[in-house]
Design a protein around this ligand. Structure first.
Ligand SMILES: [Zn+2]
Ligand SMILES: [Zn+2]
Length: 375
């Protein structure tokens, strides 16, 4: 070093003994903080802060569901205790001086009361070959509010209604229960992907089915589609203008009307223009498919009949009664006790019947006495 290279502190004018350029270079600091780099050590440390911290931090928490407001949205968290959240928020808000290296730090929470945590943040590091440490205290206030989702739930908000109905009959209790289950399953799946806007607003059973109000039209559509996939039938949708939002956009509510087919699995029907005996319905997805009670053979409705061939309703598999199997006559006939008269009767022997059984389920209907499949 020569006297020609001597520099002076731009703040106090003292000569600087060490050429700043010879100091340990810090990749992040060099260049960026060139002005400060030129100060003498005394002036530099006078104005030096190792840590930059906010005066206070507020953590918004939903009082109903525990979600935490971060950035500009609500996020679900697992913790019931917000200390960890407070530590995280504080850590993210702290800035360490770029000239420091070998920085180590520690944050100790001090619970002041239910909604206040005082964070003691200790930092140390090496700056200009000097060990520096600093403690800052950041008060964290936990503010309890209501998140968007909980606000909507509380306000009975919904964007879509699924109406589950059946043609020429009422939906069965199985169909109604399943509709509700499907709605909850779809909402759960969406919640698992982090979607906070998915919820079931209301399920109400009506005289002729069930109405399910949900938070988005997408969920409504999914429920309708899944019902059709499982139970057959079809659905239609219709929009109703409810309001305009703050941007003047029109807001619609969509109603999905699910029309389940007239016959449901387990129903026993007597087809018109057909003498081959009653049919127990197995499926109504696409064409109606079933099993003949007289033989056990398969039946499938013609394409033009679809899921609704002309038929009379005789009853359901659940209506069958157990009766004594008296004798197996031959390939096509068995003798059973008529459950009403207790007389022995010869009836058709379907191939699904267990010939070793002592008791078999039978249905007595307008079409006669028939052995039905075990449920
Ligand atoms: Zn100076
Ligand atoms: Zn909430």
């Amino acid at each position: 070093m020569t006297t020609d290279a001597r520099e002076f502190c731009p703040n106090c004018g003292d000569p600087i003994e060490n050429d700043p350029a010879e100091r340990t270079p810090l990749p992040d600091a060099v260049g960026k903080r060139g002005k400060e780099q030129k100060l003498c050590d005394s002036c530099y440390f006078d104005r030096f802060d190792l840590v930059e911290a906010p005066d206070r931090i507020e953590v918004l928490v939903c009082a109903r569901c525990g979600a935490v407001h971060r950035g500009n949205r609500w996020v679900d968290i697992d913790a019931r205790d917000y200390t960890d959240i407070a530590i995280e928020e504080v850590s993210e808000s702290l800035g360490v001086h770029l000239d420091a290296y070998d920085v180590s730090w520690q944050v100790d929470p001090e619970q002041v009361d239910q909604n206040t945590i005082r964070m003691h943040c200790q930092f140390s590091g090496i700056v200009r070959e000097t060990f520096v440490e600093e403690e800052v205290v950041v008060p964290v206030k936990i503010s309890r509010q209501t998140c968007t989702r909980c606000g909507r739930i509380a306000g009975d908000y919904y964007a879509s209604t699924v109406q589950v109905r059946a043609r020429e009959r009422d939906p069965t209790s199985e169909e109604v229960e399943r509709a509700e289950e499907i709605a909850n399953e779809i909402v759960e799946e969406m919640e698992e992907t982090g979607d906070r806007n998915a919820f079931v607003t209301e399920v109400s059973e009506t005289d002729d089915g069930v109405n399910i109000k949900v938070s988005t039209t997408n969920i409504g559509k999914k429920i309708a589609a899944k019902m059709i996939e499982e139970f057959g039938g079809n659905y239609s949708d219709s929009e109703t203008l409810v309001t305009e939002d703050e941007d003047g956009e029109e807001v619609y509510r969509v109603t999905y009307a699910v029309h389940l087919p007239p016959y449901s699995p387990g129903e026993i029907i007597d087809l018109q223009d057909d003498d081959d005996g009653p049919v127990v319905v197995r499926s109504v997805r696409g064409n109606l498919k079933g099993t003949r009670l007289t033989t056990g053979e398969d039946y499938e409705a013609r394409f033009e009949e679809g899921d609704a061939p002309d038929a009379r309703r005789l009853g359901r598999v659940e209506d069958a009664e157990e009766t004594t199997l008296v004798a197996v006559e031959d390939e096509r006939a068995v003798q059973v006790l008529d459950p009403e008269t207790y007389r022995t009767k010869t009836i058709a022997r379907p191939d699904y019947m267990d010939t070793d059984a002592e008791m078999v389920p039978v249905l007595k209907s307008r079409a006669g006495l028939h052995v039905v499949p075990d449920e």
